[in-house]
Ligand binder design. Sequence first.
Ligand code: SF4
Length: 554
Amino acid sequence: MEREVIEFDVIFVGGGPANLSSAIHLTNLLRKHNEGIESGSGRGEKIEIEDKIAVLEKGAYFGAHNISGAVLIPDVLSELLPDHKQLGCPIDAEVNKESIYFLTSKGQIKVPFTPSFLNNHGNYLLSLSRFVGWLSKIAEQNKVMMLEGTSAVEMLYEGTGVIGVRTDDKRLQENGEYETPGCILNSKVVVLGEGSNGTLLKGLVEKLHLDQGKAPSVYELGVKEVYELKSNPLRKGECIHTLGYPFRKGLSGGGFIYCISETKVIIGLIAHLSSADPQLDPHRELQRYKQHPLITGIIKDGKPTHYGARTLPCGGYFSIPKLTSCGVMITGDSANLVDSQKLKGLHTAVKSGMLAAEVLFEAFMVNDFSENQLAKYEEKLKKSWIYSDLRKGRNFTPAVAMGIPFLGGPLLGFQMLTGGATPIGDLKTKPDYSTTEDMKHFYGSNSPDPLPKADDRIIVDKLTDVYLSGTAHDEKQKSHIELRDDAACKKCISDYKAPCTVFCPAAVYELEDGKIRVNFSNCLHCKTCDLKCPFRNIVWNLPEGGGGPRYTLQ
Ligand code: SF4
């Protein structure tokens, strides 16, 4: 297939907060340098920005695939864009009231203090999709080429060095050819900021063993609905975190309620994918969560208007891969930089992007894009607060997974006193696919909890929620989801009762006549199936750019 070849200096793969911050910071530094040359105060040569730096985003628009809590610590944004408020940063509210509750099935106990790492006072509450849309406009004004609706589907190598990416072929025709073939984008450096469990990153890590000697990457699945309320008992800017119900044996994580306007609240739940439960279903748990009197009391006269789901890497400190190699750098969630103790990854994503930009700027100045030059990014990151913060939370996720308040509670207390240590040493994690038990071991003679009956108000079924996510894929393409081996599926159905048919937050997998049917068009790109299938039998490929969720307020 004939492909157009385009040359760049830097390509950012993934248009999320890490890479957009990086592109903005780099172009701001280059612009200042160029202004210095023009005014005669600077040294060196002007650096061309236009048509040399690009950001590729697989979503239909920048922000379409971005979803999070989302609480942002503003300091890092002030460092990137000191005048962000004047520039119209879409801040919904600043946190002005916060509380933590331990929930029993029918009641709640207010935790009398907020641990310092959960203190959110003054932090911004914002919609990540809108925030990313806003950052993309600034990058565009800085003359970055913004390629939305474009998937980078293949990393291009020369030996072990990365030399660029290939973009997606679009619209499969009846004769088996594509209407628009993808392009070859050559680049001095590719910056991978694909988000959680990135597809190109996975191939890169495997090929170059960037995770050698590191703990496995582990993940949580976050599911979230936005409610529009007629009367709102919360105050705009109020932030509630919960522990306890609906979490129980085999299910760990936490819940959150953020009030983002006079009429809108976010209800969300984060579940660890290390669960042993073969019938783990975070969407069902979100519905059960909303049946708790505390939550029902807030949303009882409201209706859900938006939905979304995504995984978050929670392995943190021990699972950060080697972050650079020849021609490539890794930023944000792709680099496992989420601070799960603080329940945040947005500030670390922005900061990692800025640090990568500073190293790239230096590379432009000395015209050296070698592996040694790029390696300075990892050195800078290790000296930054990102590393020291992640170190403090290094044992947080496995301690929470042990269950609160029981075994995990005292371990968390010990960590708070010692800056992250536990009396039993550092806690180990296993890959999420390996932790699922079969039905006999996990349930014995019991059965999984039934699904609460949908009423489209408090209890929403998955397909209604998929509709609220705006998800769609052009049907004129091959399914981006492959099931490797029928025999593995058969064994999984008989022994595990097909976990994919329940853990998928978008009902993509259905059991039909003893076989798994894949409704790929519903896919939210959360990648849970790629991580949690006990047989590793599901391959999640990148679909054509432009498909997937169309988040607007998530
Ligand atoms: Fe997530 Fe996989 Fe379901 Fe898509 S198919 S929504 S990636 S679990």
